[in-house]
Design a protein around this ligand. Structure first.
Ligand code: CDP
Ligand code: MG
Length: 730
């Protein structure tokens, strides 16, 4: 254990005895506060299989036999399906959905809702000739579920089982079950307002209450009234004769607060799936842990060296923390004594490339402990087998609208404390296959102080793009029937933005420009920039830049440690106007180099320039999709402005006009639409420059408010653009 002792005393693992750190390697038993068993409650009174006692008995029998030693080593895929808790209630479930137009299904994570229900409905013929759509808030969940279900059906993805997410689709005329992001289904509404291709729409993960889920819930209510031919609530007044192409709605949630959904749909039937939750022992830290990544690292190695086999799932807020922790774990795992089991680390976050997703579901290599580093995606939407230990940092990223009065007037991703509901879900992941342990990197008081559940997104996010889509459907957000109504201020602010972008006119009517913007799979500001590029004859260049901005990971991989090196490596791409045209130079060079180099050459090139190749690969895919969208709008995307920079900056500015700021005498920048004073981010190529006016992609809130993705624009452009955009709206 010599090497481990060295680790203990290194700066990475301070033993911090004075404060009684719970992470000290020196203590055999860390000073966790043992609180209670996993407090998940079962809803005893309304189980799904209430009609079938036998079902319940069977479930218990399976549970008793559920210790790992008694489960056959590798059950076939059909056996795996049959062993899921939901399989016990299959018949009752199918019957209930058959009889009810709207059903709310509640069941613990991992019970088989998302993968099984669509297959049951298909197999029972409930979908008729139509398709079954299953919505997911996250792209990575939609694609990985589609591959799992395709595997269960023994078909390849894109055939019977497909998916459709932004910038990526795998479906065909034979597709019957389609996993879609909620955003994609809303987009489909634009071309098919009654969603007539679908006979069943399953709204999954409804408890997350994303903005798009709420928009769908509101729209589906109206669609169902039309398609099922009834006007009053529930079944009353329904006229079966007029049901040409009826729609069934299934709302699925992992949390018990389903009554609200049921009420919204005229007291729809609620069904509960009995989960199989084993006890989970929860520990809290004795003191708060400001450096949660370091704390997670130490806790992981404590588990790894002190505890029996079993995989570990660590919840972190975002990709950056995940990548940092992944590096550290690998580094220290390599230094473990030979007799200690190895560690197989797998990241899991929204932007993870498809080919890496499926690996996390497989058992780790022989003799190794699997360690999964995940965002809240592993809370309810993805169930990873084999987890016995959960480490919960208590943090997540949340999209939040920073109102114009206090900040940007845009959504910003903020790292924040999780809710009680999330904390319970996270702990629950440890007890799926047997008794488990959850290490919370926060105190019990902190847990008690957490809010019960998160506020629905519709109450805290910018509504700009959604209002634009609703306008295309001839709907008004003010009048639509929502579960929770957005407040007047955020509606007014979104309308003001759309007006400024020229998407609506002064009577709030959609303009032709606005309709084209809504057609593009882009947030409204970037859609506006793209439309401007058509007029200014620089679509080829603007598409390159917008594609990188739309990718799910960042192009620049620098952090404070390697920033100087990164600046040096990228000097040759640097454009005097700032980051946007620097990005354009990088895309051009990457493409030129790609033609001559193989895969490993490209990777090496990116590594040398400290660029994230994954971002470039994704950006080129996005660009291909956007070029296709342009063609459908009759836009010639080949039009180029050559080396000229002004048309490109002008186009970007037309979309980002509310993300502009003027230089102040003290060297900071004052937002033109908003009260904040911002600084240029140290990673920007304009960081040490003073220019009269800037536009930026985003604001980062740390000790200062930093603008990231910055370009210099002439001051005169800004005034010109706001007038122009408004004139366009006429
Ligand atoms: O939706 P719910 O949380 O109730 O469960 P599910 O997502 O349908 O998962 C049922 C089972 O399928 C779990 O045991 C998962 O581990 C497994 N699964 C998988 O092996 N691969 C996937 N991509 C998704 C699920
Ligand atoms: Mg699910």
């Amino acid at each position: 254990m010599a090497k481990i002792s060295a680790l203990k005393n290194s700066t990475r693992f301070p033993s911090n005895q004075k404060h009684g750190s719970p992470h000290s390697f020196k203590k055999r038993r860390p000073s966790w506060v043992d609180v209670d068993e996993h407090p998940h409650k079962r809803k005893e009174n309304t189980p799904l299989c209430s009609s079938s006692h036998q079902g319940k008995k069977k479930a218990r029998r399976t549970e008793a036999a559920g210790s790992p030693s008694k489960i056959p080593k590798s059950p076939t895929i059909q056996e795996q399906r049959d062993q899921l808790p939901i399989a016990q209630g299959k018949d009752a479930l199918v019957r209930e959905i058959q009889e009810n137009d709207v059903t709310v299904l509640v069941g613990e994570t991992g019970s088989g809702k998302t993968t099984q229900v669509p297959q049951y409905l298909l197999e029972a013929g409930i979908a008729g000739k139509g398709m079954i759509a299953v919505t997911q808030p996250r792209k990575v969940a939609a694609t990985s579920l589609a591959s799992r279900v395709a595997q269960e059906q023994n078909v390849s993805v894109g055939g019977l089982v497909g998916y459709s997410v932004r910038f990526d689709e795998a479906s065909s005329s034979s597709t019957r079950i389609k996993y879609v992001t909620d955003g994609m289904l809303i987009r489909e509404l634009l071309s098919d307002p009654l969603l007539s291709r679908y006979s069943v729409v399953v709204i999954d993960e409804a408890h997350e209450r994303t903005l798009r889920t709420d928009l769908l819930l509101a729209n589906l209510k109206t669609i169902q009234k039309t398609r099922n031919g009834y006007t009053t609530r529930g079944k009353k007044g329904k006229e079966p004769a007029s049901k040409q192409n009826p729609l069934k709605i299934v709302i699925m949630s992992a949390t018990l607060d389903a009554e609200k959904f049921s009420k919204f749909y005229g007291n729809a039937k609620i069904l509960y799936v009995q989960g199989r939750q084993h006890p989970v022992t929860i520990y809290h830290t004795a003191a708060s842990q400001p450096d949660y990544v370091d704390s997670a690292l130490r806790t992981f190695f404590q588990i790894h060296t002190d505890r029996p086999p079993g995989d570990v799932l660590i919840f972190l807020p975002g990709q950056e923390d995940i990548e940092n922790l992944e590096k550290s774990i690998k580094l220290y795992a390599d230094r473990l004594p030979k007799e200690t089991a190895g560690v197989a680390v797998y990241p899991m976050y929204a932007a993870l490339p498809a080919h890496q997703q499926q690996a996390i579901f497989s058992p780790p290599p022989q003799g190794m402990r699997k360690c999964i580093l995940a965002t809240n995606i592993a809370e309810t939407s993805i169930t990873i087998p084999g987890i016995k230990y959960v480490v919960d940092t208590g943090k997540c990223k949340e999209k939040r609208y920073i109102s114009r009065d206090t900040g940007s007037g845009f959504d910003t991703l903020l790292t924040r404390d999780i809710t009680k509901s999330s904390a319970l879900q996270r702990a629950g992941r440890a007890g799926r296959e047997g008794p488990g342990f959850c290490f919370r990197l926060y105190t019990e008081d902190a847990f008690q102080a957490m809010p019960l559940s998160a506020e629905p997104e519709i109450l805290r996010c910018t509504l700009t793009s959604s209002i634009l889509q609703l306008k295309c459907l001839g709907q008004d957000l003010e009048t639509l029937d929502f579960m929770d109504k957005p407040d007047a201020e955020s509606i007014a602010s979104a309308l003001a933005t759309l007006y400024l972008l020229g998407a609506i006119d002064d009577s709030k009517t959609l303009t032709k420009l606005g309709r084209n913007m809504a057609f593009l799979p882009l947030e409204s500001p970037l859609a506006r920039s793209l439309m401007a590029s058509v007029e200014l004859a620089c679509t080829l260049e603007v598409l390159d830049i917008i594609s990188v901005l739309s990718a799910s990971s960042k192009l620049f991989v620098d952090n404070t440690d390697n920033r100087e090196m990164a600046v040096e490596a990228r000097r040759k791409f640097r454009h005097p106007s700032g980051d946007h045209l620097t990005v354009l130079n990088i895309v051009k060079s990457y493409e030129e180099m790609s033609e001559s180099q193989g895969k490993s050459g490209r990777r090496e090139w990116c590594r040398k320039q400290l660029l994230n190749e994954r971002c470039l690969i994704e950006a080129l895919e996005i660009r291909a999709q956007l070029r296709g969208s342009c063609e459908r709008l009759g836009i010639d995307w080949h039009v180029s402005c050559g080396e000229a920079e002004q048309p490109v900056l002008r186009s970007l500015l037309r979309g980002l006009v509310h993300q502009a700021a003027f230089l102040q005498p003290d060297g900071s920048y004052k937002q033109i639409m908003g009260p904040s004073t911002v600084k240029i981010h140290p990673g920007s190529s304009l960081c040490d420059k003073k220019v009269p006016a800037i536009i930026y992609d985003e604001l980062i809130y740390t000790t200062n408010i930093y603008a990231r993705g910055v370009s210099s624009v002439p001051r005169s452009f800004i005034a010109e653009v706001s007038v122009l955009n408004r004139r366009r709206s006429g």
